[in-house]
Ligand binder design. Structure first.
Ligand code: NIG
Ligand code: FE
Length: 416
């Protein structure tokens, strides 16, 4: 029997999320369900999908490992398309200040926030970052995440930015979760560049970006486009340069202040714009037209006690919405997919079907991998989760608790 040869049979609900590109607007509601379904995976790739009876007529169970999913719902693995999971130290103290009423931006303005994690990440050895990264990936896997996006951005200098990206490359070699890597060198303004933000952008463009591209360390370039961080013009300059060098782009857009990040994402053809708590109606319309995925991060809004992004409005206006955790040490120290689901269902007015689409095929589209992952379709990777319950409807119902029983990556059982 070959590695990655697997049949999953008798799934009470086989939630295929079928599709090869982002789903926008009403398309997000169709999960392409098969009752009593089965999937055949050969050498990690999905070979057949259909009703169990029909599949077993055509494929001999003796040639495969077999999982009987009777009484269970089966879905594509979740794609967490926005995280900052490789960092040193912690910001528990700052969190306690926020509980007392200090705002995230106030803490940042007085020298805390991202630069605090920058110090701790610079001090951490590669081995330490690798070890903690592994622990975090294991936790994500237990929530059913089979692919994650991970950003640098706790370096803001050459050595540490490269170190973070190298650690992600090393992690991917030993862990089943695949990692889409994003270079976020422009995540904050380092102290020595305060008031000279343009020069910092020059530094990133001239000194760091070329190495990232030459060594193929990241697929995406991202920037924190925000009042008191980087302007729209600075963001445009960096991201256009990254594009010229062959990278794809993302933007932390309109998170705290309405600055025009959504409009910029549409203008430059970013793959996704993320956060968008303050995105304007025009920005949302521009994104729908330009087919930029709107990646919403409800755990961050929750943790910052901000209003949630207008997910309902965005879907109604024809956007493709993805949901992700934004796992990071400051604004959102959680990798919990169950919490994302609970908040999207109870506070963003998204339907269960839309939420699942947002965490699977649209998450895949947010990292430009909708042709390979994010749905149970022939030709895609066999990245699949099996729930302990018979229906996907239990996902928001069991509030804040993971109901993922088994995780399969490229046809192999990696969490049970
Ligand atoms: O996505 N907004 C900027 N970046 C992160 C926060 C990073 C941090 O606070 O360490 C975010 O929320
Ligand atoms: Fe983020």
């Amino acid at each position: 029997m070959k590695k990655g040869n697997l049949i999953i049979k008798n799934a009470n609900e086989l939630v295929t999320c079928s599709g090869f590109k982002a789903k926008a607007g009403v398309e997000m509601s169709d999960l392409h369900l098969i009752f009593n379904g089965a999937v055949v995976i050969e050498e990690g790739i999905i070979k057949a999908v259909g009703a169990t009876e029909e599949i077993l007529n055509n494929y001999d169970e003796n040639d495969y490992e077999v999982i009987d999913a009777s009484g269970k719902a089966v879905l594509p693995g979740f794609v967490d398309s926005h995280t900052h999971f490789v960092f040193g130290g912690n910001r528990a103290e700052e969190f306690s200040w926020r509980l007392r009423g200090d705002s995230y931006m106030e803490i940042m303005q007085r020298g805390g926030g991202i630069v605090n994690s920058v110090r701790a990440t610079a001090e951490a050895s590669k081995e330490e970052l690798f070890k903690i990264g592994l622990k975090r990936l294991n936790s994500m896997l237990s929530f059913g995440v089979t692919t994650v996006e991970g950003k640098s951005g706790y370096g803001l200098d050459y050595d540490t930015e490269i170190k973070q990206l190298e650690v992600m490359n090393e992690l991917e070699k030993v862990h089943p979760i695949e990692i889409a890597k994003t270079f976020l060198g422009a995540h904050a303004v380092p102290k020595e560049y305060k008031g000279r933000e343009d020069e910092f952008i020059d530094f990133i463009i001239e000194k760091v970006l070329p190495t990232v591209v030459e060594r193929d360390l990241a697929e995406f370039c991202d920037i924190f486009c925000e009042k008191n961080v980087f302007t729209v013009e600075q963001s445009r300059r960096l991201l256009n340069k990254a594009k010229e060098l062959g990278m794809k782009t993302k933007i932390h857009a309109d998170e705290i202040v309405q600055l025009g990040g959504a409009e910029l994402a549409a203008e430059i053809g970013a793959v996704s714009a993320d956060h968008l708590l303050q995105a304007s109606d025009k920005g949302i319309a521009d994104m729908a037209k330009a087919k930029v995925v709107a990646t919403l991060l409800p755990c961050t809004a929750f943790s910052l006690k901000e209003e949630f992004a207008r997910g309902r409005y965005m879907i109604d206006k024809g956007c493709a919405v993805a949901l992700a955790t934004d796992f990071n040490p400051g604004s959102c120290f959680t990798e919990s997919i169950p919490l994302v689901i609970a908040l999207a269902a109870l506070h963003m007015n998204m339907s269960i079907e839309e939420i699942i689409t947002a965490l699977t095929i649209n998450g895949a589209a947010a990292i430009d991998r909708a042709d390979k992952i994010g749905s149970i379709d022939i030709g895609k990777q066999g990245d699949i989760i099996i729930l302990e319950n018979p229906s996907y409807k239990f996902l928001p119902y069991h509030i804040g608790v993971s109901i993922v029983e088994k995780v399969i990556k490229k046809g192999q059982l990696v969490f049970d």
